[in-house]
Design a binder for this molecule. Structure first.
Ligand code: AMP
Length: 191
């Protein structure tokens, strides 16, 4: 079974590319951001807890995030493979994911990081904020905070999988189709 991490700062195109990849390779998609937004819109206890952090551009604490991810993984039917989008975002989340997969005799196949510069991220997200309805996309200060959190807390995850020879950087600037082709070039040899 293939386990792919789609990595990169907020606004690097993970969600857009994940949608195309799941259709192309028939994989399941887990986006922790989407899971949190579903919880907040249903005003569940978990959603209300998560909102406190999301609205400030901070990460939701690991215990909450890992618990939610485990529940999702356990509830999934048999699938050919999984794309993790927006998870893991800390060293502790990466360790928890490795352990979860190890229990199932599985492991991460590849981490693909979309490389997009900060100024391009800010302009993409402000643009997305005009239509997405996401409050965290409508405020430049929060967007820059999310980018800093990515550099300070999340980039270590790239190094974690790089030390096992599993991280690849992909140019995330260009047309959606061109970026999709760059990702497929990396995934095809694993299929
Ligand atoms: P995203 O849609 O991936 O940009 O996530 C939106 C927000 O949800 C983030 O800014 C965090 O507050 C929260 N979030 C999503 N995934 C995670 C994660 N793996 N760990 C902690 N917080 C997360």
């Amino acid at each position: 079974m293939i386990h792919l991490i789609l990595f990169g700062p907020p606004g690097s195109g993970k969600g857009t590319q994940a949608e195309k990849l799941i259709a192309h390779y028939q994989l399941a998609h887990i986006s922790t951001g989407d899971l949190f937004r579903a919880e907040t819109s249903q005003k569940t206890e978990l959603g209300l807890q998560a909102l406190e952090y999301m609205s400030k551009g901070q990460l939701v604490p690991d215990a909450i995030t890992i618990g939610m991810l485990r529940k999702k993984v356990d509830s999934m039917p048999d699938v050919k493979g999984v794309i993790y989008d927006g998870f893991p975002r800390t060293a502790a989340q990466a360790a928890a994911l490795d352990e979860m997969l190890c229990e199932k005799n599985e492991e991460i196949s590849l981490l693909l990081a979309l490389d997009v510069p900060e100024e391009e991220i800010v302009s993409r997200l402000l643009n997305r904020g005009l239509t997405s309805g996401r409050p965290d996309d409508q405020n430049e200060e929060i967007i820059r905070k999310r980018f800093q959190v990515y550099l300070q807390e999340t980039a270590v995850v790239y190094n974690h999988y790089a030390s096992h020879g599993k991280s690849k950087m992909v140019n995330g600037v260009g047309s959606i189709e061109d970026i999709f082709c760059r990702l497929c070039e990396q995934i095809d040899p694993l299929i």
